[in-house]
Write a protein that binds this ligand. Structure first.
Ligand code: ZN
Length: 72
């Protein structure tokens, strides 16, 4: 969906990219590698299909994936 810009469920090409809201620190959608600071916060980008409502979650940067590997 992120790469093909097509919904895998219904085939629609109307895909919305919903970025992480950096001001909303309490967002439940982000992954935290540390509980104390925002330094360990990994933003999760969502892709939403406008037709059927299917949602995918993506971490966009390789270094953030590396942080996850170290933390878990
Ligand atoms: Zn769809």
């Amino acid at each position: 969906m992120k790469n093909s810009q097509t919904c895998p469920k219904c085939g629609s090409k109307e895909i919305l990219r919903i970025p992480d809201n950096t001001r909303r620190h309490a967002s439940g959608n982000n992954i935290y590698t540390t509980s104390a600071t925002l330094f360990g916060k990994i933003p999760v980008i969502r892709y939403v299909c406008c037709k059927c409502g299917y949602v995918e979650n993506w971490i966009e940067h390789k270094e953030e994936i590396q942080k996850l590997i170290k933390a878990f």
